[in-house]
Design a protein around this ligand. Sequence first.
Ligand code: AHG
Ligand code: MN
Ligand code: MN
Ligand code: MN
Length: 332
Amino acid sequence: HENNLAQPVGTTLDRYIMRKQAEFAFATGELSQLLRDIALAGKIVSREVNRAGLTSIIGAAGGQNVQGEQQQKLDVEANIRFIRALTNGKEACAVLSEEEEDIIHTGNRDGRYVVAIDPLDGSSNIDVNISIGTLFSIYRRVSPVGTEATAADFLQGGRKQVAAGYILYGSSTMLVYTTGHGVAGFTYESSLGEFFLSHPDIRIPATGPVFSCNEGYWFEYPEYVRAFLLNCKRRTMSGRYVGSLVADYHRNLFTGGIYLYPPTKKAPQGKLRLLYEGYPLAFIIEQAGGLASAGAQAILDIEPTDYHQRAPLFVGSPDLMAELLAGAGEPA
Ligand code: AHG
Ligand code: MN
Ligand code: MN
Ligand code: MN
């Protein structure tokens, strides 16, 4: 990535966005503002995540979401924070969230962007103090400015994303995103309330020592997936599975490796949601030199039909992905 605006590690997210603005397809600064709004919500959620054990926001919220999942308090809290930040920031006309059945209209009818979010990923890990994340995917609206957003704004397909990223609430809080010009990583310094550029141009290694999947579903995996995993074990690769997609993905981005969520009996289309899990991670991985596939086709090429549709997700180092997919074409 010729980074003609190569920026020094340590610059702040705000300065980075301003300097890179020349590269944005729509250099009017709206996308910059949108990224700032997301970063702000991330700072607020980071503060809550880091004291979840102390305040009363651990545990179930008592509600169920459209996925039929028990909503955790932090799921609901993060959902509110991101929708509020995007509403107040004025650039997003609507938000699609894992935690909301229908799109949320922000009232910003002149906003030129829509955002799909997984406000809190890895909810089952909140109460046991294991890393969790947020995922976001940004499109430029296709409906007329000044009107209410429509489903078409969100169903443009993965290759129409103008930006995508995630926040990882781990040993430190990191923001990683792409606008189609490579992948940059920022690390949060809470005492200053700033994200600082820590990884200017993230590239995934061509291969790596890690495979990540929930082997509890071994007997439900397609044969080609089992054959691939057996070969990983024959060369004593490491099995690493946090159970938080963002955490597993981020680790593999740096070590090299492959994450697999194949179809299972319970989830014949896979468990992970296309619009706010598969698409953003696929955009980032392709920008970082890796691949993301549902098995039969690239994640970014899947035609979206509904907001919460699921897809199998295989994502990571290109060499490991090629090895897995070489077996996908074989008769079952
Ligand atoms: P979410 O918490 O947003 O619903 O996502 C949970 C996902 C993902 O984070 C994780 O990798 C996966 O569910 C774990 O699923 P299993 O428990 O079936 O392995
Ligand atoms: Mn969930
Ligand atoms: Mn998730
Ligand atoms: Mn979630």
